[in-house]
Design a protein around this ligand. Structure first.
Ligand code: AP5
Length: 218
């Protein structure tokens, strides 16, 4: 099954994707993670992407599509996968459909995490990320056992460069303008399921787990 997680920044897409991939064996493809890796590697694509990401703007479609297409091909070749943060524009959605069509596949399910802007701001401004393994925490909702230290690998926890209130607000505006139309795009394909992203992590997982069955890899 090919699943798209759709929703504003801070809706909890990455958090649920990690749980779903652990419990059900789905591959997790996050364009945010792929882009941040390019930035860390210092590649020319990464340097270009950083100029957009730092401002809370979308990286241009041609760059993202080129970067993500290999992952999509590998994803559908190996079976079930979750897309987190992609597609984010009409063009990306159409490119995804046409890439999948070549393999006689399609997006089977879009989980839309409807989330209030206040919740997004509260979650993102309190998010802390492990600088070593990328694990996500939240200072109130999901604190690490030891302050500033990752539970999983003992790496130090940092605040993402785009998680300041000004950039978060810009990301929310960009989401409404560029990504909001995908709700109707996928409604018209009869694959959209709306859930409340305002629920806590466990409650949200209880709402969405009914859509999944274990893959061979789980
Ligand atoms: P990306 O990394 O995709 O960021 P985003 O969409 O802004 O999503 P977030 O990771 O901020 O939110 P999330 O919904 O995954 O929430 P999370 O689970 O982490 O993209 C970053 C940038 O890259 C973009 O701005 C853009 O520049 C570029 N980019 C990426 N993809 C692109 C594309 N396709 N096209 C163009 N540009 C692209 O949770 C957030 C926090 O809340 C955490 O602290 C977590 O612990 C906590 N939390 C999570 N769930 C809950 C819950 N249910 N209850 C309470 N707390 C919770």
């Amino acid at each position: 099954m090919i699943v798209v997680l759709l929703g504003p920044p801070g809706a909890g897409k990455g958090t649920q994707a990690k749980v779903l991939s652990q419990k059900f064996g789905y591959a997790h493809i996050s364009t945010g993670d792929i882009l941040r890796k390019s930035v860390k590697d210092g590649s020319s694509v990464g340097k270009l992407a950083k100029t957009y990401m730092d401002k809370g703007e979308l990286v241009p479609d041609n760059v993202v599509i080129k970067l993500v297409s290999d992952y999509i091909v590998k994803g559908h070749e190996s079976g079930d996968f979750l897309l987190d943060g992609f597609p984010r524009t009409d063009q990306q959605a159409r490119e995804l459909d046409s890439e999948l069509k070549k393999a006689q596949k399609k997006v089977d399910l879009v989980l839309y995490f409807k989330t209030s802007p206040e919740i997004s701001i509260e979650r993102l401004s309190g998010r802390r990320v492990c600088s070593k393994c990328g694990q996500n925490f939240h200072i109130k909702n999901m604190p690490s056992k030891e302050e500033g230290v990752c539970d999983a690998c003992k790496g130090s926890l940092i605040t993402r460069g785009d998680d300041n209130v000004e950039t978060i607000k810009r990301r929310l505006v960009v989401y409404e303008k560029e990504t909001g139309s995908l709700i109707n795009y996928y409604k018209s394909q009869n694959v959209l399921e709306e859930v409340s992203g305002n629920l806590d992590v466990e409650e949200l997982f209880m709402q969405i787990k009914r859509f999944f069955t274990k893959t061979k890899k789980a």
